[in-house]
Design a protein around this ligand. Structure first.
Ligand code: OAD
Length: 252
């Protein structure tokens, strides 16, 4: 933990920032046990998700897609937020405005206690009817082995996640862009930063004048454009950042 080097520049920003925005990807949840998408044991390798995570596949074979999501929901139910999620939830109280923009659908930021969260790719704990749009919580539908039908209109119920070829939810995206444009400090954490449009947010923050810090176990396509890159696990680096922020802010 102590080997992580935080620059004086970052300490200054942590002390003076009023608005902090955090952008997270699958690496954020790695220590919780959620497989990343492009890692060696990524979900993608096992399940060919591009064949399953799309609307046509669902309409053609709803039971198969439903079953795959049932499996993914089970993984997520069994895991817990890690020290990184909890550190971010605590940091929210230190700054006037603190926003999380996540590409993760695992709901772990909310379960850790974070309040302002923009979920760009949806949330696997919610579902909705493709016919009438009515929302259903997991406990109302996941027990069913086959894709359930909406009691209100008879339409198929699908997970509330963004599939290949679908637009990001407009409110979440607009909120994420606003939070990226108007922050003093921006963290890009545990994301390979290759999937657009989400991956444009660190670039928007940088172009808008934020100090941009990447936290990842390795360099990414974005690293060269970050102001600072902290190589390490999110669950280890973020508690260090929280500790330093608390110390600096208490001295103000
Ligand atoms: P990826 O699997 O592409 O990238 C995960 C990143 O996390 C990599 O850069 C790893 O080096 C890093 N990483 C792994 N373990 C880490 C740790 N313990 N601490 C810090 N970093 C770690 O996942 P995403 O960038 O989230 O979209 O993928 C983005 C989107 O691609 C996903 O949201 C998904 C997929 O298509 C949809 O489902 C719509």
């Amino acid at each position: 933990m102590s080997s992580i080097k935080i620059s004086d520049r970052l300490k200054n920003v942590l002390r003076s920032a009023t608005r902090v925005t955090v952008f997270t990807g699958a690496g954020m949840s790695a220590e919780s046990g959620v497989p990343t998408f492009r890692g060696v044991d990524g979900i993608w390798k096992k399940f060919k998700p591009e064949e399953l995570a799309n609307f046509d596949a669902f309409m053609k074979n709803p039971d198969l897609v439903w079953e795959w999501y049932k499996h993914r929901k089970q993984i997520i139910t069994d895991i817990k937020p890690n020290a990184g999620h909890y550190a971010l939830a605590e940091m929210e109280a230190l700054y006037r405005k603190f926003s999380i923009i996540t590409q993760n659908i695992d709901n772990l930021h909310r379960r850790a206690g974070s309040k302002e969260i923009f979920e760009l790719h949806g949330n696997i704990e919610r579902n909705y009817c493709v016919g009438c749009g009515k929302f259903y919580e997991n406990q109302e539908v996941t027990e069913q082995k086959r894709a359930p039908h909406c009691p209100a209109c008879g339409g198929l119920i699908r997970p509330d996640v963004v599939w290949f070829g679908e637009m990001l939810p407009a409110d979440e995206w607009n909120g994420g862009v606003e939070a990226s444009e108007h922050c003093d400090l921006f963290f890009s954490i545990g994301t390979s930063a290759v999937v657009f449009p989400a991956a444009s947010l660190p670039q928007i923050a940088k172009a808008s004048g934020a100090y941009v810090v990447e936290i990842n176990i390795e360099q990414t396509d974005f690293s060269a454009r970050a102001d600072e890159v902290l190589i390490g696990k999110a669950a280890e680096v973020l508690p260090v950042i929280l500790k330093i922020s608390k110390e600096l802010i208490s001295q103000k």
